[in-house]
Each structure stands twice: as structure tokens, then as C-alpha cells.
Design a protein around this ligand. Structure first.
Ligand SMILES: [Zn+2]
Length: 682
């Protein structure tokens, strides 16, 4: 019987390590186990299972650990040097399964050290300890010859070999402290490795608190953090300005506001904003936070929201200029093949308010936010224990534009044509609005599903989150007739993601009656929802889009009835015609700001529509002298193409008008009605 090792304990330990973000960053750190397995020819072979590059320890499962032939990897110990490219190719050819994910860039470290179980993590306390001037001395005092101190070096063959050689010379060593980087521990059993990681992180934390006893965090408050209400009032105006500035050299961006205690204390402290400019505390953060954040000077008690917006715009401009110079200044032969990232900041520090992060989508913005919380913890601890120091600019750049780190970025699936865009859909809980919300999300947009039916809107938003991921949709209650409710809806969307690029006005009703029997109530309801409602939403969104300064797309859902009179539907048809004309007027007004306003005219979209489940269906049937059941067939036969029109067909026209494919179209009408001759636009 051939022996086969079980890697369940490796998976369990990895998940445990990942569950504590003060020990292991999201997506960072790596673990391994050595043992026996059976190869393709049925032979027993020694392997090392190493975490795949970019996988997250917290959620990793067995397939996340490719098995690599250990004997072949260890042959490399005899070499003196090796380029990254050679190393990668060599490691790849050691994989037992050529379809397995690419192993961690720190694989050789795991292969070269003799222990069965190895953890490499980035605990806050260890990074802080190795980032202060007296760190090495302090570590020697606390750990003696139990820990080895390795000066900063970019991971790869040379670092792995240095560590292997040093450990062989110091038999009592139980852990490795990597300067400005992290920790390596090991054990013969999984539990031993795990306990050792926790032990060294705790001893490092204790050593730090001993030397920093009594000091106020980051010099204490420079400005008191403002209340939630004040912060929201500032951010509702300032975020679109920030987002617009960051959008200057990219297609889409999503913001996240961090108002946690840590973020507010750091941003509002005397030294936090300055310390933030020293640099990133961990190589693992760099591609998601950049070397340093944008830290602006701001006093929320003396300056207003417009002042904050101005400072953020100027701040992004200055930051982007710095980043372009940083790229040029530090360029090396190996980084030349990588184009510069968008130059704006990934993290913004606002005194009194908190931290704002920017990502290509909500998940990326959250990732940067989580990593920056770690940066705050490390920088605060190091500052208190004698002063934080970071990788130098050149060292940081060599990680940020390292081909092996760039590989992690390339792993992200390509975004759709609306990636990083923010859309607001009124009437999003059913019918055309719901189909539009789903379609825009499929194309990459983040969607606020607004509706008077809050529960149904929540169901649509939840469905989008399940399909597309964290923070990709929210639901917002709104009665579009109510000026304040519309303002609150737009504000909530802005506070969620930082701005708005696309709005679909789909909230609607319909009533029918001969004019002699049309009540004031019905007349008003149609005009309040369809005409005033479209006006209120467009007005508020125009304000945000103008502040953002990056154009936008406004889409009105009209009706065939906006172009030709519907039988016995004077209130509805005239309100729809008002909406259609409003779109033309707004197209002219929006033009100078790059805001496009277009109309989609559907007809007879019966399935899934809230309108058609009301009296409208019955009265239409009476008006056309057919039974309710025959109504779909009636509409189909009435159309030129003899087709039924679905909400999804209308959503396709909306998606076209929302995105770059229609970037030179405004003031247009697209009919999605199967062809109704009388309603051909002219
Ligand atoms: Zn590392």
C-alpha cells in the first residue's frame, strides 16, 4: 500500500490563520506542508503543497494547494543564483498537475526549509517590530537565538536561499523575522506551526507595548472626528468631486468610505497623516494601496463641503503628478514592460472624517480598505514604539511593478463594458426596471435598485449581490414624487460608491379612462410620477454628474404613447409625452457637461410588469375590444415584426444607451416595440 498524506490539517490551519487579519492579510501570506502522494505513473513521491499565488488563507480549500515535486525543488539549493523567470518556469515544471493553480511566489522558501509544516504570515506586530529603528536590538533582546533577523530583500530565489543557509547555521532558531515584511515559523505538526506563529506574533506585540507604554496614539487628536451626520453632509458633496478627479485617467472607479474607529482616529490624529506619507508597511499591500495614500489638510470646523471637494480635486492632481514621476524615476528594465497604473490615489486620508479608498470595483475598494486598516495598525504601533519606517521608494516600486506581483493583477477577470460604473434605476423592483438593473450589473455596473416597493427592491439587489459579488447592488426606498425622497435616494447612492454615471428613470404607472371620466386624482398621479418624477430624479442626478465632471448617461423609459395617442389614456399619454420632451430639453442642457439624455420607448411589455398587473390591463382589453387573455396576442399581431416584447429586450436598449457604445448619441429615441408604424420617430 502506498502512503498518501492528507492535507486537511494544512487547509484547516490556513483557514484559522486567515480568520485573524492581524496575522494574515487578505490574499497574503502562504502556508505549506510536505508529505507523500502518488504521481501520474502510480509512484509514491515526496511533495510540498504550497498555497497558490493570490489565494486567500481564510477561504482556501484543498485545490488551492498545488503539489510540487520536493526533490527537484531542493536541487536548486545547489545553485548560486536564478532569475525570477527561470525560477517560475522551474517551479511550474515541478507541479504534479499541470492544470493546478500557480504556486506562491514564495514557494522556494517552503521547499528549502526542512520542517514539515511552514507558515509565512504578515502579523501587524512583527511588521511593526521590524519597521522601527531599534527593532533589531529589541528583537534580539526578546527572542535571542530563537529568531533570525533577515534584512529587507525582495522575495525570490536569493531570499529563500539566504534564509535556508542562515537557519542551517543556527540550530536553535524557531522563527525568521523578515525586516519590513513579516514572519516565518514552522513545526513538525500543523498545530506546532500554528502555535508558533501565534506565539511569535504575541511576543512581538508584547515587546512593542513595553517600549511604547504610556504614549498617546499618534500624538493624540489634531481635530475631533465629526458626527455621522456632518460627515455624510460633507461626503455627499465631496465624494463625486474626488471620484471625478480619480476618473480622469480611467474608465470606472468605485469608492468606499471607512468611518471605523481606527480610520477616524488615524485620520484625525496629529501624526497619522504625516506617518502615512512615510510609505507602505508591507510589500503585500503595495499593488492595492500604492506606496502612500493621499493625505489632505482639512479642518471640518472651519471649512465646508465645497472646500473639501476643492481640496480633494487639487490633492488628486498633485498625487497623480507625483505618481507619474515616481514611475519614471524608479523604472527598471524588468518594469518597463508594464504600463503605468492609473495615477490617482488608492487611499485618501481626510482629517476629522476618515479614510476613503478607490478601486476598479467595489471588491477592490473593500480590499484596499481592509489592507489599509492593517497599515494603520502597523504604523500606529511602530510610531508609538520609536518611529515607523517603510520600504524605500525604490524598494516599494520594485515590488509594485514586479512581474510576479503584476501576475496577481492579471488574474482578475476582465471587467465588462460598465465595470466600475455606478447606476441608479428607479422602478428597479419589477418589469423593465428590474431587467435593466440585472443587465447593467451583468455588464459590470454597481446598481442602486430604487423603488417604492422596498421589499421587492431588496430582493433584486440581493439577487445581484449573489450573482456578482459584494457591494455590487443596494436597494433604496423612493417615492419619485417626493422631492426630499429623491434627494435622499441620490445621496444614499453617492455615499455608497462615490458618485453616479448612469440613471434609468423607469418608475411608472398607467391609468386609462375616456377623458370625460378621467379623475383629477388619476390625472395628477400620472403627471406626478411620470413627468414630475422624471424631472426630480434628473435634476438631482445632474447636480451629482456636474460635480463629478465626467459626463453621464440619463435614460428615460418612455412609451409608444409618448409619440402617438393611446385610446382612452389621456393622462398617461400626455405625461409620457412630457417626459419625452423633458429628455430632449435635458439633452441640450447636459451636452456641455458630457451628460447624454436618451429615451427608450417600449410598447406592450406585459410579463413581469407592475403596471400590467394593475387595472391598466383590463382597461386596455376593453379599449381594444379583446379579452385580457388575448391581449398579448393582440399586441404581437399589431406590431410590424409580429413579435412579443419582453423587459429584457428593453433592457438591452438601455444597456446600449448607458455605456460607451452610444457615447456620441444624445436626445435620441429607441423604440423597442416590435415596430409600431404610427410611432416611428421623426
Ligand atoms: Zn510575504
Amino acid at each position: 500500500m502506498l502512503a498518501v498524506s492528507n492535507i486537511e490539517e494544512l487547509v484547516r490551519r490556513s483557514n484559522l490563520l486567515g480568520s485573524d487579519r492581524t496575522i494574515a492579510n487578505q490574499g497574503g501570506g502562504n502556508t505549506s506542508m510536505k508529505g507523500l502522494t502518488i504521481d501520474h505513473a502510480g509512484r509514491e513521491v515526496s511533495v510540498v503543497w504550497v498555497k497558490a499565488s493570490g489565494a486567500d488563507l481564510a477561504s482556501i480549500t484543498e485545490p488551492g494547494f498545488p503539489a510540487l515535486g520536493l526533490d527537484d525543488l531542493r536541487l536548486l539549493l545547489e545553485r548560486d543564483e536564478m532569475s525570477d523567470q527561470e525560477m517560475l518556469e522551474y517551479i511550474r515544471s515541478c507541479a504534479l498537475d499541470s492544470n493546478a493553480p500557480r504556486p506562491s511566489i514564495e514557494t522556494l522558501l517552503h521547499a528549502f526549509l526542512p520542517a514539515t509544516h511552514i507558515d509565512h504570515t504578515h502579523p501587524d506586530a512583527v511588521i511593526a517590530l521590524t519597521a522601527i529603528p531599534s527593532g533589531r536590538e529589541l528583537a534580539e533582546g526578546v527572542f535571542g537565538d530563537e529568531a533570525l533577523w533577515i534584512p529587507w530583500k525582495r522575495p525570490g530565489f536569493a531570499l529563500a536561499k539566504d534564509i535556508a543557509v542562515a537557519i542551517a547555521e543556527q540550530p536553535a532558531v524557531r522563527a525568521v523575522l523578515l525586516e519590513k515584511h513579516g514572519l516565518i515559523t514552522w513545526g513538525e505538526t500543523s498545530d506546532e506551526a500554528y502555535s508558533s506563529t501565534l506565539e511569535f506574533a504575541k511576543r512581538a506585540a508584547d515587546a512593542l507595548s513595553e517600549v511604547s507604554a504610556g504614549d498617546v496614539i499618534l500624538g493624540g487628536e489634531a481635530v475631533s472626528p465629526v458626527s455621522e451626520e456632518v460627515a455624510n453632509a460633507l461626503l455627499a458633496v465631496a465624494l463625486p468631486a474626488l471620484r471625478g478627479a480619480v476618473l480622469a485617467d480611467r474608465q470606472g472607479v468605485v469608492l468606499e468610505v471607512d468611518r471605523s474607529d481606527e480610520a477616524r482616529v488615524f485620520a484625525s490624529s496629529r501624526r497619522g497623516p504625516d506617518v502615512s506619507q512615510i510609505g507602505s508597511p508591507c510589500p503585500d499591500h503595495l499593488i492595492n494601496t500604492k506606496h502612500k495614500p493621499l493625505a489632505i489638510e482639512f479642518d471640518p470646523y472651519r471649512e465646508d463641503a465645497e472646500g473639501l471637494a476643492r481640496k480633494l480635486r487639487n490633492g488628486v492632481e498633485g498625487y497623480s503628478a507625483w505618481y507619474r514621476e515616481y514611475y519614471e524615476r524608479n523604472m527598471t528594465d524588468e518594469s518597463r514592460e508594464f504600463a503605468i497604473d492609473p495615477a490617482g490615489p488608492r487611499v485618501v486620508v481626510i482629517p476629522g472624517v476618515g479614510i476613503v479608498t478607490c478601486g476598479s470595483d467595489a471588491g477592490q475598494a473593500r480590499f484596499s480598505c481592509d489592507l489599509y486598516r492593517r497599515a494603520i495598525a502597523v504604523e500606529s504601533a511602530a510610531d508609538a514604539a520609536g518611529g515607523f519606517s517603510s520600504l524605500t521608494e525604490q524598494e516599494a516600486f520594485e515590488i509594485e511593478y514586479w512581474p510576479l506581483e503584476r501576475y496577481k493583477l492579471a488574474q482578475a477577470p476582465p471587467g465588462g463594458e460598465l465595470a466600475g460604473k455606478i447606476a441608479l434605476v428607479t422602478g428597479g423592483a419589477s418589469g423593465i426596471g428590474r431587467a435593466a438593473a440585472r443587465r447593467l450589473a451583468e455588464l459590470g455596473a454597481h446598481v442602486a435598485v430604487a423603488d417604492v416597493n422596498v421589499e421587492a427592491a431588496a430582493a433584486v439587489a440581493d439577487e445581484i449581490v449573489v450573482a456578482h459579488g459584494l457591494r455590487r447592488a443596494v436597494h433604496v426606498p423612493v417615492d419619485v414624487r417626493d422631492e426630499h425622497a429623491v434627494e435622499a435616494m441620490v445621496r444614499q447612492t453617492v455615499l455608497e460608491w462615490g458618485g453616479i454615471d448612469i440613471v434609468v428613470c423607469s418608475a411608472g404607472i398607467a391609468t386609462a379612462a375616456p377623458v370625460t371620466e378621467t379623475s383629477m386624482a388619476d390625472w395628477n398621479r400620472n403627471h406626478e410620477i411620470l413627468a414630475r418624477g422624471y424631472f426630480l430624479v434628473a435634476r438631482e442626478v445632474f447636480r451629482v454628474m456636474q460635480r463629478q465632471g465626467q459626463g453621464g448617461s440619463v435614460i428615460f423609459i418612455g412609451s409608444k404613447n409618448a409619440l402617438v395617442g393611446g385610446a382612452n389614456a389621456s393622462a398617461y399619454s400626455s405625461a409620457k409625452a412630457a417626459g419625452l420632451h423633458l429628455a430632449r430639453v435635458l439633452a441640450d442642457e447636459g451636452g456641455p457637461f458630457g451628460i447624454r439624455v436618451n429615451t427608450v420607448n417600449p410598447d406592450a411589455v406585459i410579463e413581469g410588469s407592475g403596471i400590467w398587473s394593475s387595472d391598466w390591463k383590463a382597461t386596455r382589453a376593453v379599449a381594444y375590444e379583446v379579452s385580457e387573455d388575448d391581449l398579448p396576442a393582440f399586441y404581437r399581431e399589431r406590431s410590424v415584426l409580429k413579435v412579443k416584447v419582453y423587459a429584457e429586450d428593453v433592457a438591452e436598449a438601455i444597456a446600449f444607451l448607458a455605456g460607451p457604445r452610444s457615447q456620441k448619441s444624445t436626445g435620441n429615441i429607441i423604440n423597442v416595440d416590435g415596430g409600431v408604424s404610427a410611432a416611428y420617430p421623426r
